[in-house]
Design a protein around this ligand. Structure first.
Ligand code: M6R
Length: 371
């Protein structure tokens, strides 16, 4: 039931705040993270882990990339993110000190399921599943499962499941940080507070972005190609924005790490090329903000039409962007959860403006059950 919305995708985007809130619910205690679901693996084993491998496909893999940034920063455990269908075909190095985290909304994606079975049969690695579907096959083949509570996702394009997956991975990262003593309680509480503030901020972004992004999409029905740039946690968001345009609006789209621009992709910039740029916060202690602003100047000088997704009040981007989509203030690791929403809306609105089937794009299935 679309509940009065024009599509399941529109409904599911509106449920992104709730998906995050419900995924956190019952998993904190006294301001800290309490993930009893990890008990089957056990804190002792988690203290011994020397490497994490995240396996997933599509949007779930981009959630995994965000998980890598957070888990490495908080728990200091090295994390690799691999596409499930690449992972098991190269004799991966696994031991009883490896934690393999699979991410799947459906829990039935064959590529990921086969990779999980491979780990199960060929190694002593610990298998943790992040899944949105109770009792699905992938969690049943794993040692432990942290369910995302996004509710059923019907539209082929994954939206609310993505933000819920990132939330679950962040909770896992904070649990690991506690168990391994890499963050003190005050730092964990601060991160939990940030995460708990995300749903309200998401609601604000949806509110602000809807009209603005809808209008942009209506101007762009003839656009042939769109590029997306981001850095650090903005990079997976750039890839996610591009994937949504491909699958929903059938437009050639590519996401790049902004630092890679000068190593090739800048040659693609010609007058009129539309480029979305995910801008890091100017408050970020790294020097990424000025670097991305200077990327914007470089592409603008070559005639690109720049649409910046930037923190509210970021005056530095205003003179150089054709359009700025504002997002609320948040810590660097939490910004991508907000920046992704305008891109979800954009993909949907552009597909809609082109008269395409938003919920059921051509050639795609909600859950890919063949290898
Ligand atoms: O059910 P899963 O999370 O395992 O699905 C993974 C991908 O097939 C899925 O995210 C796909 O990329 C979406 N259609 C993207 O919007």
């Amino acid at each position: 039931d679309k509940g009065g919305w024009s599509s399941f995708m529109a409904k599911e985007i509106s449920e992104e705040p709730e998906a995050v809130a419900k995924t956190i619910l019952g998993r904190t205690h006294d301001g800290l993270v309490q993930l009893n679901e990890l008990d089957p693996i056990g804190d002792e084993a988690l203290r011994d882990i020397d490497r994490i491998v995240i396996i997933a496909c599509g949007t779930a893999a981009y959630a995994g990339m965000l998980g890598k940034y957070a888990i490495e920063q908080w728990s200091r455990i090295p994390v690799d993110v691999e596409l499930s269908h690449e992972f098991r075909y190269r004799d991966p190095i696994l031991s009883d000190r490896t934690l393999v985290i699979s991410i799947s909304q459906s829990g039935e994606t064959m590529d990921t399921l086969m990779a999980v079975k491979y780990v199960h049969d060929k190694s002593k690695a610990h298998l943790l599943s992040v899944c949105n579907t109770q009792g699905a096959t992938i969690p049943r083949e794993s040692h432990a499962v942290v369910y995302t509570h996004a509710g059923p996702e019907v539209a082929v394009a994954s939206t609310k499941a993505f933000v819920a997956q990132v939330t679950a991975l962040y909770l896992i990262g904070l649990h690991l940080a506690k168990v391994r003593g890499t963050l003190d309680d005050a730092a964990i509480r601060a991160a939990v507070d940030e995460l708990q503030a995300v749903p309200d901020k998401l609601a604000e972004v949806i509110d602000v972005a809807q009209g603005q992004v809808g209008q942009l999409a209506h101007w762009m029905t003839d656009t042939q190609s769109v590029l997306f740039l981001g850095r650090h946690v903005g990079y997976p968001i750039a890839m996610e924005g591009a994937l949504k345009l491909k699958e929903l609006a059938y437009i050639h789209a590519e996401g790049f790490a902004a630092g890679e621009l000068k190593h090739g992709p800048i040659a693609l910039i010609e007058p009129g090329q539309v480029v979305f740029v995910i801008v890091p916060s100017p408050r970020d202690p790294s020097s990424l903000h000025p670097k991305v602003v200077s990327n914007i100047q470089e592409i603008r000088a070559r005639g690109a039409r720049v649409i910046a997704i930037a923190e509210k009040g970021d005056a530095a981007v205003l003179p150089f962007a054709d359009e700025v989509i504002p997002i609320p203030l948040a810590g660097s690791l939490f910004e991508p959860l907000l920046a992704v929403v305008p891109l979800h809306i954009f993909g949907m609105e552009l597909a809609d403006a082109k008269g395409l089937d938003v919920d059921q794009p051509r050639n795609l299935a909600k859950s890919v059950t063949v290898e």
